[in-house]
Design a protein around this ligand. Structure first.
Ligand code: ATP
Ligand code: MG
Length: 358
């Protein structure tokens, strides 16, 4: 007990010196009164050069909102956060930093506690992993395409070879039919790859009627080991959509769920209204949410990051175009589609904006 106070002080010292985050304490004149080891490292300044320096003089250039830190943190006492500020330090190094500021009252004096974290490593890591995903997706796409094209080409070549020597008219007709069929298969593939080429033909529709036709088309009733639950919000008004295209999207997703539930399970179709949505720079005041969930095995981990890219599939004979097409169709409606999945659960959420007037 006797050493408790000194121990605590020492422990605190050790703690602050070992933080990976740079910590700086400023007085109300914005002079540095304390900086931990990580701050010394980040600013490349020894502790002696830090103390009593004006905050501004620690940089060659920065975009830190100092005015806000003074008004919000020092005067009002509120915490401030600034993401990705630019900082050029005295040795001309550049970094993107994230800052948190908080007012501390020490011995009745206000101080500003600043926590800074350089983001460069994180940004580099994000970029690298994004590049990797793009590369993987492009490779999958090329492999898938090559496979899809080679099969009909093989058929066409074989039939043409036979045609060369065949004298029997019936056999010749069969070869010609085969060539036409395989050429059509290739055309269909290219058309699907190019995506829907017609603009949506929108009209006011009842979304539940659309969903009901999906239910009929999926022949779920034939699969006795799959139960379908409907959880509709009956108060949802008509929505201005291309009914056929939204039906195709939901059908693709329900079919995927059906195919995933090899050992049986449950698919739930849910509708809701969501307000003030902001997803990926799209603001939707009122949105219709269509949620399709299942309790199957979950999306294969290897596919999750590139799920909506074309040719991403793990199915024998799958083209991997279902979700890529769904994404295009939802984009055409200014909507948004996302997927959340973990073992035992997969859900696809489709958000469609409501037009303001009918
Ligand atoms: N509900 C689900 N549960 C588990 N995996 C799923 C689910 N939905 C999609 N997937 C995975 O996502 C992949 C891509 O789906 P997508 O519909 O784009 O292509 P596909 O079903 O393989 O082929 P296609 O739809 O063109 O016949 C699927 O191969 C499957 O592995
Ligand atoms: Mg599919």
């Amino acid at each position: 007990m006797r050493n408790n106070k000194t121990l605590t002080k020492q422990a605190l010292q050790i703690l602050s010196e070992n933080l990976a985050t740079a910590v700086i304490l400023l007085n109300q004149d914005l002079q540095v009164v304390y900086a931990n080891d990580s701050a010394s490292e980040l600013f490349a300044l020894g502790p002696k050069r830090f103390i009593d320096q004006q905050f501004e003089s620690l940089f060659n250039y920065h975009t830190i909102d100092v005015k806000r830190i003074i008004s919000h943190t020092l005067i009002e006492g509120s915490d401030c956060h600034q993401h990705r500020a630019d900082a050029v330090f005295l040795d001309s190094r550049h970094a993107k930093i994230t800052l948190n500021s908080r007012r501390l009252m020490l011995e009745n004096q206000p101080f500003i506690l600043l926590e800074c974290r350089a983001l460069d490593d994180e940004i580099k890591h994000d970029k690298a992993s994004h590049q990797m995903h793009q590369y993987m997706a492009a490779r999958t796409l090329i492999r898938g395409l090559a496979h899809e094209i080679k099969n009909p080409l093989g058929g066409i070549r074989g039939a043409a070879q036979l045609l060369q020597y065949e004298v029997d008219q019936q056999e010749r007709d069969e070869c010609a039919t085969l060539i036409i069929e395989q050429a059509d298969r290739l055309t269909e593939l290219v058309d699907r790859l190019l995506g829907p080429n017609q603009l949506p033909k929108k009209a006011w529709c009842n979304i539940h009627q659309t969903l009901e036709s999906v239910v009929k088309l999926t022949t779920l009733s034939n699969q006795s080991n799959i139960t379908l639950l409907k959880d509709y919000d009956p108060s949802i008004p008509d929505i201005f959509i291309d009914q056929g295209k939204i039906q195709q999207v939901v059908l693709n997703i329900v079919r995927n769920a059906q195919q995933a539930l090899v050992d049986g399970g449950q698919i739930t179709l849910q509708t809701r209204i969501r307000h003030h949505m902001r997803v990926h720079n799209k603001a939707m005041k009122n949105a219709l949410l269509i949620k399709v969930s299942d309790n199957g095995p979950g999306i294969d981990k290897a596919l999750r990051d590139t799920l909506f890219y074309p040719m991403v599939t793990n199915k024998e004979g799958g083209s991997g175009l279902g979700l890529a097409i769904a994404q295009t169709l939802i984009d055409q409606h200014d909507g948004y589609i996302e997927c959340e999945s973990w073992p035992g659960h997969t859900e696809f959420n489709i958000y469609l904006p409501f037009a303001s007037t009918k």
